[in-house]
Design a protein around this ligand. Sequence first.
Ligand SMILES: NC(=O)c1ccc[n+]([C@@H]2O[C@H](COP(=O)([O-])OP(=O)(O)OC[C@H]3O[C@@H](n4cnc5c(N)ncnc54)[C@H](OP(=O)(O)O)[C@@H]3O)[C@@H](O)[C@H]2O)c1
Length: 246
Amino acid sequence: MKVLITGATGGIGRALIKVFYRNGWEILAVGRNQNMLTELKEKYKEKLNIYSLDIEVEKNIDELFKSLEGQHIKLLINGAGIGELGYFEDISYGVEKRMIDINIIALIKFTKYFYGKTEGIINISSTAGFQYGGPLMTGYYATKSFINSFTFGLMGEGGKTRMMLLCPGPTLTNFKGVNKELKGLAKFYTTTPEEVAEKCYSDYLKGKRISIPGKINKILYFFNKMMPIMFQLKVIKKIQEKKTKK
Ligand SMILES: NC(=O)c1ccc[n+]([C@@H]2O[C@H](COP(=O)([O-])OP(=O)(O)OC[C@H]3O[C@@H](n4cnc5c(N)ncnc54)[C@H](OP(=O)(O)O)[C@@H]3O)[C@@H](O)[C@H]2O)c1
């Protein structure tokens, strides 16, 4: 059983590798960070193959697909993603575009190639994807909203490949905008990458469509639907503003 994971060098990706390895899977790990990829190879040996590429560049992905020809991959996890924190007017067009190229275009490209070939595809979105918008992380929230809609659309089409949406809330990784000093409510809804990976794996085995790690995040997901738009945007703005002042 082979799983291909993009974002394998990141906090959530590495935790996913641990869980899949423990359950007897072979892993194809995609990332850019060569040191981290080498570390992963040394740790998991013949059970893991590394693919070092920048997925912002489409031709790199095409070359990867060529090199994978003939391999039977059972599961794809689209995990690579970047975020940017700040007011829209302070973030350059280039950064907004990079977010779209990595979070959306690369995800579509991988899905296009593997859809119909693999048993499943897990798209890593975020609880952010369920919000009306995300002031001070406007572009990032919008990309996650796209991933939700795109994944639900494919679920609705009901093709051969089973789609699952993984929506972590704030998780303790190096991801931009993650607050590592947990104060107040954040202590209750912030998860570890290990919790996210365990939940992702068990929900996939159960055939779930949406996986939301952390009990509070799940409650907030339901509560969210009842919140007036402007109230929700104000709360998010307050949370993000605090992060920019660090
Ligand atoms: N942490 C959170 O609070 C949180 C919450 C909800 C959703 N998420 C989502 O979870 C996913 C994983 O995030 P994380 O928390 O594990 O963050 P992370 O530690 O920053 O990892 C991000 C991953 O994306 C990869 N990546 C970024 N740009 C790339 C590029 N141009 N080419 C190839 N790979 C690239 C990174 O690879 P290199 O480092 O090798 O470049 C790394 O493996 C993301 O989609 C994120 O949106 C995170």
